[in-house]
Design a protein around this ligand. Structure first.
Ligand code: 5AD
Ligand code: SF4
Length: 477
């Protein structure tokens, strides 16, 4: 599962993206807001592409939009509340502009289906994650005075040949979706219900997308999937070859194929699953300089008992063995995690095991949440949500405190070291400073001098704040 990021275009000023295609624009403008994980952001780029083929220009200014699409997240109740509040804003807009078409896409659309039409009376379109090719038709149904719904999930759809329109792009980093759906059924997680069965995308189309990005000057791609370690092409879930006359591809082979596209293209990937992450993958990361030394490996809990109830498919010991393998095979690799505080039945002892695991691993980053019961999940059906909100919050605060300590310690070890940084943009605080990331995914800010966006620069770290390293450029790499 992916780390939650929130990508909204609110602040941007009236930019319509020019679509380089022979298709005539229809004069209507599309505005998309994305919530939740990186996969949603990536999906919005597919949506923009599908709509562009039907003449819609994408705008970053909501005020000039004729069609507004919210790509939504259901992972926790809070994520849904945020979207509901945003929908209320757009309802008001629709009163001023009655022809405005409002659609809900993604996980909330899939989870709530027509309920969204009844509850949020001014929503016109409800489209699940596998129905984006159908969006132009859904919009025309709305133009004809209907409400339009498509929440069919597919076993095949990967949008493989659709070339995404890059939204809010810095022209340097991009997402490539390599698979969709999830078959893991973690007890707390709504994703298998909202995004359907796991399916992998044709490796040729993935490599082609990476090549196209390189040709356009991009310098970094993040390969996305709910569980990238179970990527498989031409192999079924029992490990049998589907078509013996054709080659098979697993995740480590796919990474190698993408790494070979260009030595100047950095590769990231998310999310790894501890039960499926093989040493093969780690050796490929170690072998290629352009595959970043950063692994997001969500543990969720440090207690084997809780992991079992969560249906995660590994024990505390197994997880720690995977960490050991990372440390041995890729020295200096950064590791991050997701942790859930207060899952059903979690005792103080279980919680302390999470804290002690964190002390042992010393994560570079951690994305921490308290448990939020989700409808239809295994946990909702089988277990009682019996840890009080007060206890969940206290445990979460303890987890955050430990994480602050390890991040601080790790930051200190970077002082005086030099890192290869890919420059992604300007520092938020000053146009005289550039911002980039090292292989370990840590943000580094340094004085601009004559360096430019998209360049790889050696930066020596001389100071740090909680989340950012500060340094001075030495030279281009
Ligand atoms: N409650 C709290 N956190 C959750 N996550 C997934 N489902 C829930 C839930 N019901 C967290 C997991 C996952 C991350 C993306 O969100 O830690 O890895
Ligand atoms: Fe990630 Fe588990 Fe949810 Fe799948 S079911 S998306 S592996 S947390």
């Amino acid at each position: 599962m992916d780390t939650e990021v929130k990508i909204i275009n609110e602040e941007a000023q009236g930019n319509s993206i020019l679509i380089e295609s022979p298709i005539l624009q229809n004069g209507r403008k599309l505005y998309i807001e994305s919530y939740g994980c990186q996969m949603n952001f990536s999906d919005s780029e597919i949506v923009a592409s599908v709509m562009a083929k039907h003449g819609y220009a994408t705008t970053t200014d909501q005020h000039e939009a004729d069609v507004v699409l919210l790509n939504t997240c259901s992972i926790r109740d809070k994520a849904e509340q945020t979207v509901r509040s945003r929908l209320r804003d757009f309802k008001k807009k629709k009163k001023e502009k009655p022809n405005l078409v409002i659609g809900v896409l993604g996980c909330m659309a899939e989870r709530l289906k027509t309920q969204l039409l009844d509850e949020e009376k001014l929503v016109d379109i409800v489209a699940g994650p596998d129905s984006y090719r159908d969006l132009p038709r859904l919009v025309s149904e709305v133009d004809g005075g209907q409400k339009a719904v498509n929440v069919l999930l597919s076993r095949e759809e990967t949008y493989a040949e659709i070339s995404p329109v890059r939204l809010n792009s810095n022209g340097i980093t991009a997402f490539i979706s390599i698979m969709r759906g999830c078959d893991n059924m973690c007890a707390f997680c709504v994703v298998p219900f909202t995004r359907g069965r796991e399916r992998s995308r044709n490796p040729k189309s993935i490599v082609k997308e990476a090549q196209e990005l390189v040709a356009q000057g991009y310098k970094e791609v993040t390969l996305l999937g709910q569980n990238v370690d179970s990527y498989r092409w031409n192999i079924n879930n029992k490990g049998e070859i589907k078509d013996v006359s054709k080659p098979t591809t697993n995740f480590s082979q796919l990474m190698e194929m993408v790494a070979l596209v260009s030595p100047d293209l950095r590769i990231r990937f998310s999310t790894s699953h501890p039960k499926d992450m093989t040493d093969d993958v780690l050796h490929i990361i170690a072998k290629y300089e352009n595959i970043c030394n950063y692994i997001h490996l969500p543990v969720q809990s440090g207690s084997t008992e809780v992991l079992k109830r969560m249906n995660r498919g590994y024990t505390r010991e197994w997880y720690l063995d995977r960490i050991k393998a990372i440390r041995e095979i890729i020295p200096g690799c950064a590791i991050s995690t997701d942790i859930i505080a207060g899952f059903c039945g979690e005792t103080e002892k279980d919680h302390n095991e999470t804290l002690s695991l964190m002390e042992e691993v010393q994560y570079d980053y951690a994305f921490n949440f308290f448990y939020s019961e989700r409808p239809k999940t295994l946990a909702e059906r089988k277990f009682e949500d019996d840890v009080t909100l007060e206890v969940k919050k206290r445990r979460l605060a303890e987890i955050i405190a430990i994480q602050r300590k390890s991040a601080g310690k790790i930051n200190e070890t970077t002082l005086g070291k030099t890192y290869k940084v890919l420059v992604e943009g300007f520092s938020k605080k000053s146009k005289e400073h550039l911002f980039g990331r090292n292989s370990q995914n840590t943000a580094i800010v340094f004085p601009k001098e004559n360096y430019k966006l998209g360049e790889y620069v050696n930066v020596k770290v001389n100071n740090c704040t909680t989340a950012t390293l500060l340094g001075t450029a030495l030279n281009l790499t």
